[in-house]
Design a protein around this ligand. Structure first.
Ligand code: B12
Length: 255
């Protein structure tokens, strides 16, 4: 059964596939799987190579590469879930790259429904590196995940036991926000402030200033490119302005 699912996924162009039994998924800060899908038995994790766009000094090009993966992955997850429902006659639910996300005060809007890093590690797709990202044995750090949760009983794939992170600390030095200074923990506020300047923080700051401004100041704020960037981000979704921890990692990269 696992081979049938794997062949289907790889046939669509997914780079790698891993299986995790729900009992092997342990992400203490994430919601219980049952709250997403009662009766879920397994998580199928799909891995996609991030293009070299993440190296571009032009952040629109870097983000466009991410949006390509997101669009492609959406179609792959959906097709795999349909395959499980139509061909295997079982229930399946998809988990996307990043959003929609719970926007609750308790989580600070920074906890996904399913932790794809914990799921990927449980599904034998890699190990966590110094940058708190999953390093895949072949794709290195340049890997993005989605998942399909289903009620098929599938055994977990063997975990990756090799220590893939080479402790070079290049990611730590490359982080412009110092968000990785403390080992085993990404400082969310530091990362967000630098990586999503047109995200919720930027939006709140803009509108808070706007409501206190005079009509002339408000007019100036609307003709400032900062507002145009906020506007664009709101139209097309989360816009990352930094990929350094991912692109600087030398593991698995061609010289
Ligand atoms: C919210 C979020 C963020 C928040 C971070 C919140 C957080 N602390 O996790 C912000 C906006 C800061 C962020 C930044 C980035 N993100 Co992000 N993010 C997510 C998202 C949507 C949810 C993560 C979540 O639920 N976190 C809450 C809980 C689970 O985290 P936690 O337990 O506190 O995790 C900490 C530790 O436990 C440890 N950790 C995490 N997983 C595991 C697993 C094991 C086994 C162990 C031992 C430890 C460990 O790392 C964390 C350090 O604070 C996921 C998608 C998803 N649904 O999983 C993508 C995701 C984690 N992001 C991803 C990426 C690529 C990025 C960025 C590079 C941004 C970019 N330009 O793309 C940076 C990287 C920052 C970094 N180096 O840590 C990828 C990671 C891919 C990979 N190879 O690992 C994911 C999986 C998206 C995807 N579908 O591929 N992200």
């Amino acid at each position: 059964m696992k081979q049938k699912i794997k062949d289907f996924a790889l046939g669509m162009g997914v780079d790698d596939v891993g299986f995790a039994s729900v009992s092997d998924y342990n992400s203490p800060r994430s919601p219980q799987i049952d709250s997403i899908m009662p009766g879920a038995k397994s998580i199928i994790v799909l891995a996609y190579r991030e293009l070299s766009t993440c190296e571009s000094p032009n952040m629109r090009i870097a983000m466009n590469g991410r949006m390509d993966v997101m669009e492609f992955s959406k179609s792959c997850s959906y097709k795999l879930a349909r395959f499980i429902e139509k061909e295997l006659n079982r229930k399946a639910m998809t988990v996307g790259v990043s959003y929609p996300m719970a926007m609750e005060q308790e989580t600070g809007g920074a906890v996904g429904e399913l932790s794809l890093r914990h799921a990927a590690v449980a599904a034998g797709l890699g190990v966590i590196g110094r940058h708190n990202l999953v390093i895949h044995p072949e794709l290195g750090t340049r890997v993005i995940f989605t998942a399909v949760i289903c009620d098929l009983e599938l055994a977990s794939d063997p975990p990756v036991t090799a220590e893939l992170c080479i402790d070079c600390d290049i990611c730590v030095e490359a982080c412009p926000a110092g968000a990785l200074d403390e080992e085993g923990f990404t400082n969310v506020n530091k990362c967000l402030g630098r990586s999503q300047p047109w995200g919720i923080g930027g939006s709140i700051r803009f509108w808070s200033k706007f409501v206190d401004g005079t009509p002339e100041q408000q007019k100036q704020m609307f003709i400032d490119p900062h507002y145009w960037r906020l506007y664009q981000a709101q139209l097309i979704g989360f816009q990352y302005n930094c990929f350094n921890c991912m692109s600087s990692c030398p593991v698995g990269q061609k010289k």
